[in-house]
Design a protein around this ligand. Structure first.
Ligand SMILES: *Cc1c(COP(=O)(O)O)cnc(C)c1O
Length: 352
């Protein structure tokens, strides 16, 4: 067999690598911010009752039923909603549709770890601005004429909820020919507030959400974006057809209806446990950051994030290490779950 070698088609892909967090099995996994109370019961029931059609036939081209459920939940029109195979996919479509080829994407850092690779994969240049600087001077997010500005609210991994007054200042800086502002609300259910009512009629802003976290459906892969119809129409072009499977669409609609109130109940318990966990860490003289999400960021001694995560893993508890974060330094991120799991974490923390 002959091997054909030659220059790679995209030299800019040479230093990209596949996403590879440590996913080895562990007894207590507090590393990925999924819903540790399990999955949505009505979504699961819908999948169990699925008929042959669910697999044999293609799904709806652009997930119209799902869009209708999302539109109803947020009181927007169907034309203001786009969907995808997880919100990572929605972000990918957005990057292609709204960020110019070769253009820059500015974002408040530290933030969601996919922002840099997503930019790189799509031929855009990612430019971090430390949160402290972006908060003091929102204009910094617009330096150099980016085509996209990304803000995660509440922010992953810090749990920080950027104040509404600051968001209003950022929105006021958006010009008709300026960048599109993207607010990632993967954790908004735990913050109890959303920018959807604000962006729905804003010509240059969108909100992206996921069913992977509060809704307990990470394995199903469903995410969505809400914004002005003109922006959404562009994103739908880059999204392409058949992105949400039939099973995923039906289960997601059932979860969004949330007839049993499962989402509200687990979110409420998560918020109570977050307060308890922060207090328990304070009592140990650890200095966790306040959080509006379903996780807590815990700074550790400089240079010890990875080592701390390894030590906890040896005790069967997985957390996500964040070495050398802007504004924070080394830290580990701990997902908040049912209290017995938090006790397991605290015991491991004490003996590590
Ligand atoms: C988890 C997460 C996502 C990805 O969600 P999926 O819908 O599972 O792709 C998006 N944004 C942030 C900030 C996240 O933490």
């Amino acid at each position: 067999m002959t091997t054909v070698r030659g220059p790679l088609p995209r030299p800019d892909y040479a230093d990209l690598s596949p996403y590879s967090p440590d996913r080895r099995p562990v007894k207590v996994d507090l590393s990925d911010n999924t819903n540790l109370w399990g999955t949505h019961p009505e979504a699961l029931a819908t999948i169990r009752c699925a008929g042959d059609d669910a697999l044999a036939r293609y799904p709806a081209l652009y997930a119209d039923e799902l869009k209708a459920s999302i539109a109803a939940r947020h009181s927007v029109s169907v034309g203001q909603v786009t969907t995808g195979c997880g919100s990572d996919d929605v972000l990918d479509s957005l990057w292609r549709a709204l960020a110019e080829d070769g253009g820059s994407v500015r974002f408040a850092a530290p933030t969601f770890s996919m922002v840099e690779p997503l930019s790189h994969m799509n031929g855009r240049v990612a430019q971090p601005v430390a949160w402290s600087e972006a908060l003091a001077e929102p204009e910094r997010l617009f330096d150099g004429g980016p085509t996209l500005v990304y803000i995660c609210r509440p922010n992953n991994p810090t749990g920080f909820l950027a104040p509404r007054e600051w968001v209003d200042r950022v929105l006021a800086l958006a010009k008709t020919d300026g960048p599109v502002l993207l607010f990632d609300e993967a954790y908004a259910d735990f913050a109890g507030e959303s920018l959807i009512p604000v962006v729905a009629d804003h010509p240059r802003a969108m909100v992206v959400r996921t069913l992977s976290k509060a809704y307990g459906l990470a394995g199903l892969r469903v995410g969505y974006g809400v914004g002005h119809t003109d922006l959404v129409a562009e994103v739908e072009k880059s999204r392409g057809p058949y992105k949400v499977s039939r099973l995923a669409e039906a289960a997601a609609c059932a979860a969004l209806d949330d007839v049993s109130g499962w989402v509200d109940a687990t979110v409420a318990e998560c918020i109570r446990n977050r307060t308890r966990l922060l207090a328990a860490l304070d009592a140990r003289n650890a200095r966790p950051l306040p959080s509006a999400a379903n996780f807590v960021l815990l700074p550790v001694a400089p240079g010890t994030a990875v080592e701390t995560a390894h030590a906890l893993r040896r005790l069967e508890v997985a957390v996500r290490p964040f070495p050398d974060c802007p504004d924070v330094g080394d830290a580990v991120r701990v997902t908040v779950g049912p209290w017995p799991l938090m006790e397991r974490f605290l015991a491991a923390w004490d003996t590590r």
